[in-house]
Structures are given as structure tokens and as C-alpha cells.
Design a protein around this ligand. Structure first.
Ligand SMILES: [Zn+2]
Length: 54
């Protein structure tokens, strides 16, 4: 289940509050969180590591 990168809550993937950034979809609990993310995405994105390796 995706989570809201701004406040950390789990959100439903069918949430109406979402934002696409660098080809990935991010979901939010509310429009407020979505706007916060859209304002400065780099602040909230945690890089996902693809299967180990340095
Ligand atoms: Zn939120």
C-alpha cells in the first residue's frame, strides 16, 4: 500500500490526491499534503534502492 510521503500515513492507491513526479506516482491523504509535495518534491522523496548493490 502506498503511503503519503509528506505525513507518512498510509493511503489508498485509489486516492484522488496524487501527483506524478519523474515517472512515479505519489499518493496523498489530502490536497494539503499533495500541494506540499508539489511545492518541493525533493524534500519528501526517499530513493528506493533497487535490489542491493552499491
Ligand atoms: Zn498526508
Amino acid at each position: 500500500m502506498p503511503y503519503d510521503p509528506v505525513c507518512g500515513k498510509k493511503v489508498r492507491p485509489d486516492s484522488e490526491h496524487y501527483y506524478e513526479y519523474h515517472g512515479r506516482m505519489y499518493y496523498f491523504c489530502s490536497e494539503k499534503c499533495r500541494k506540499e509535495f508539489a511545492y518541493s518534491p525533493g524534500r519528501y522523496i526517499v530513493e528506493e534502492r533497487g535490489g542491493g548493490g552499491c
